[in-house]
Design a protein around this ligand. Structure first.
Ligand code: DQA
Length: 151
């Protein structure tokens, strides 16, 4: 049976495509989710994509990932990346390999974006590749969990 990975997007990422396009580009969340499903499929993985504007729901999705024996997590927690000890603790608690993604280069932006609680719980972070960062994250995650590319 194909392994499943979760792609979790946090607050305001439902606005991709219309939100500050000079920073986040013109691609929509639907484009991100298609990219994730297509990239995952190249490695024989199934990407289940979720978005929420609520911190606790992100925590619930992470717990659910453990219950469903999900093989890996790609997470863009949006602004909660910079504030949420609860999401950090959930990721550490479930012990599922996780990659943090940011569409924009948070390190080239305001100082308050330079700290990430998610980074401390993830094995890698991608920041500034636009939505392509999700594809790169899944490629790296596939390697980490031993999912080989299908020919
Ligand atoms: C973001 C960067 C965060 O600082 C911001 O709050 C977001 C999006 C990104 O994808 O670049 O909502 O996570």
């Amino acid at each position: 049976m194909a392994k499943t990975i979760y792609v979790l997007n946090g607050p305001n990422l439902n606005l991709l495509g219309t939100r500050e396009p000079d920073i986040y580009g013109h691609h929509t969340l639907a484009d991100v989710e298609k990219l994730c499903r297509d990239t995952a499929a190249r490695f024989g993985l199934t990407a289940e994509c979720r978005q929420t504007n609520r911190e606790g729901e992100l925590v619930d999705f992470i717990h659910e990932a453990r219950d469903k024996k999900v093989a890996g997590i790609v997470i863009n927690a949006g602004a909660y990346s910079h504030t949420s000890i609860a999401i950090h603790d959930a990721l550490v608690g479930v012990q599922i390999p996780a990659v943090e993604v940011h569409v924009s280069n948070v390190y080239a932006r305001e100082r308050f974006r330079h700290q990430s609680f998610i980074a401390k719980a993830a094995f890698a972070t991608l920041s500034g590749f636009g939505i392509e960062g999700y594809g790169l994250a899944i490629t790296g995650l596939a390697s980490k969990i031993g999912a080989a590319a299908k020919s």
